[in-house]
Design a protein around this ligand. Structure first.
Ligand SMILES: [Zn+2]
Length: 381
């Protein structure tokens, strides 16, 4: 899953920032299943279901033309699909409906995936096979998807259990569930196309009449690619910039000392220069304008969490599991706790790696974070 809708995420914007700074030019309009809404000339918005608390993903169809594979000098009209939905019967049915109602008899010429998470990647194999279309994505995302497909993922199994236990989550029945989740990724992404075309930061990708610049993003997934058409002021932001929930930023078992929150915040810098008029096409929620305002909200949101954690760690050394109620102010089920733990460690690691918190393993092998002398100055100072 890509993002965890959290209490702290969006319903209440941080103090001092009014939600009206974001605007939604398409109003309440949503594409019905299997149909599309044209958001800019040749750019179509599709919406497909997800069986999570986060119940939908936005996909994009871009009018395209590419050299015909077997007729030299002939250009073929068609589409580029951006992101795919998870692989299940409902998504397959929705894609078949799109084929009838939206594609206008033209083929999908290319499948471009922003990142490897199941809701974005699941149907890539099916679409690529069905249309004999190449897959375009970044190398890190492609390779991570290959690995996760084998069950060796960050979502379950022994390494994940050990990682959570070391961060204070020790309830045996919960960890049994986590252990059994080795099939979680392959259940939604059963297969990965056998080859891909590499996207890299700064690449310019011509899709139909538009040229999109790749903007890499880190902290949410290994090497997320957003697409920016500067001329038309459009940004396909994937999961890196969302209007109403905060992007999930987690530390995972494979890289336990990682600093994804710092990476995420640094990645937002790459989008902070975008004019406020830019229409942002996010993977979840509605298309919106107000990139700068949204980025300020997200920064303020994370700053607030970091300050609260730092404050709490002054009174007593906390494990990530101890910190959950500070960050998530509601009951979490096991599934939500896995994402919440990853987020809690991301915040604690950022403070630890910045020298604001000290990390020590206690007698039971649990990491506990306590405030250091140098943490006296306020966050953001
Ligand atoms: Zn994602």
């Amino acid at each position: 899953m890509s993002t965890l809708p959290t209490d702290h995420a969006a319903a209440t914007p941080p103090v001092g920032v009014t939600p009206s700074l974001l605007s939604y030019p398409l109003g309440e309009q949503l594409p019905a299943s299997g149909s599309a809404v044209e958001v800019a000339p040749g750019v179509f918005w599709l919406r497909m279901g997800l069986h999570f608390a986060l119940n939908h993903i936005n996909l994009w169809l871009l009018r395209d033309r590419m050299p015909h594979p077997s007729q030299a000098g002939v250009m073929q009209e068609g589409w580029t699909a951006v992101d795919c939905g998870i692989d299940n019967p409902a998504t397959r049915a929705a894609w078949l409906q799109v084929e009838e109602q939206v594609l206008k008899g033209l083929p999908i010429l290319r499948v471009l995936v922003t990142h490897m998470h199941p809701d974005h990647m699941g149907m890539a194999h099916w679409l690529c096979e069905r249309w004999q279309a190449p897959l375009w994505m970044s190398t890190s995302e492609y390779q991570s998807a290959m690995l996760a497909c084998t069950g060796l993922s960050n979502f379950g199994g022994d390494p994940t259990v050990q990682f959570f236990a070391a961060h204070g989550w020790n309830k045996a029945e919960d960890l049994a569930v986590v252990k059994s989740r080795v099939g979680y990724y392959p259940s939604m992404v059963p297969k990965i196309p056998g080859a891909f075309v590499r996207l890299m930061a700064g690449h310019q990708v011509r899709i139909g009449d538009r040229v999109w610049a790749c903007i890499s993003g880190f902290g949410h997934s290994p090497e997320h690619m957003a697409l920016h058409d500067a001329e038309s002021q459009l940004l396909i932001s994937g999961d890196m910039l969302l209007p109403s929930i905060s992007t999930n930023v987690s530390v995972y078992a494979m890289e336990p000392d990682g600093n994804p929150l710092q990476l995420f915040l640094d990645s937002l810098d790459k989008m902070a220069h975008l004019p406020n008029e830019t229409l942002i096409l996010p993977s979840h929620g509605r298309p919106f304008k107000g990139a700068r305002a949204r980025i300020s909200q997200l920064r303020a949101h994370h700053d607030e969490r970091l300050s609260e954690l730092l404050e709490a760690c002054r009174t007593q050394a906390l494990s990530a599991h101890d910190a959950l109620p500070l960050i998530f102010r509601r009951a979490l089920d096991v599934h939500q706790t896995t994402f919440a733990m990853g987020e809690a460690v991301a915040h604690l690691n950022m403070l630890w790696l910045a020298g604001r918190l000290l990390r020590q393993r206690d007698a039971e092998g649990i990491y506990r974070f306590s405030a250091t002398q140098s943490s006296a100055k306020p966050m953001g100072a």
